[in-house]
Design a protein around this ligand. Sequence first.
Ligand SMILES: Nc1nc2c(c(=O)[nH]1)N[C@H]1C(S)=C(S)[C@@H](COP(=O)(O)O)O[C@H]1N2
Ligand SMILES: [Mo]
Length: 246
Amino acid sequence: MKRKLFVASSLSVLGLTGCGSVGNAITEGPMHKVLPGAEAVSHALIGTHGLARTYADSEVSSEYRIDSLATPADSAYAQDARNGFRSFRLVVDGLVDRPQRLDINTLRGMPLQTQITRHDCVEGWSVIGKWRGVRLSDVLARAQPKIGARYVVFHCLDHDEQGTQYYESLDLHQAAHPQALLCLDLNDRPVAPDHGAPVRLRVPTQLGYKSAKWVSRIELASTYSALGTGKGGYWEDQGYEWFAGI
Ligand SMILES: Nc1nc2c(c(=O)[nH]1)N[C@H]1C(S)=C(S)[C@@H](COP(=O)(O)O)O[C@H]1N2
Ligand SMILES: [Mo]
C-alpha cells in the first residue's frame, strides 16, 4: 500500500454493478435520503446484518499475503512476541462505563468464533483465511459504551516513516456486525507478528484497510474528527473512503 492510491469509492461499488435496478431504486427512492452513495447500495443489497460469504477449509489460500506498514520493531514488542504476549493488554476506553484492560488469556476465555472469509485489498488482490477470535461486539459489551458513543476507533502499534500511527474506525452499527472479529488465530495458529499479532481486527464486509492489525487500544468516541486529518483512518486521511463496504 505504499504505492499509488486507487479510487476506492468506485471499487467499493464495482461489485454491485450487476444490480443496477436496485441501485436506481436507491438513488431515486426514499433510502437515498437516509444513507449516501455506496453505503446505501451496500446496505440495501446485503441488509444491515448481511453476512460476508464463508468458504470451506479446502479453499483456504496456501499463502496469506502481507500488506501494511512495517511490523512493530521495538524491543518491547519483539520480547513480548517471544513470550506469547504475556504483557499485552488490549485497552478499551473512551466513552465507556467500564474501561477494560484485557490480557490474551481473558480474550481466549471469551466465546471464540471461527470464520473462513475472503480478504479483499483495495489494490485488487484477495486471500481466503481461517480466522478465529472474539466478536468485537462482545468486547464492547464488556466495556458498556455510553449513550454519546458513536464510533469505535482502533489505535494500532505500527507507524509510518514519519511516525504517524495507523488507526481505523467503524461506527457502532458496523462494530455490531457478527463477523467483525478481534482475531487471535489465523489458519489454526496464533496470528503471526506480520499479520498483526496478538490482536487484529477482521471485517470481511469491508475492504482490507478497515481490518486493523496490531490493535492495542479501542476507543469509543462521539467523533473521529480530532484524529489524524479527521477522516477516520490512516488511509482515509490520504484519500480513501471511510465507508469501504464490499
Ligand atoms: N495496523 C495496520 N493495520 C492494517 C494495515 C496497516 O498498514 N497497519 N494495512 C491494511 C491493509 S491495506 C490490508 S490489505 C490488510 C492486510 O492484512 P495482512 O497483512 O494481514 O494481509 O491490513 C490492513 N490493516
Ligand atoms: Mo490493502
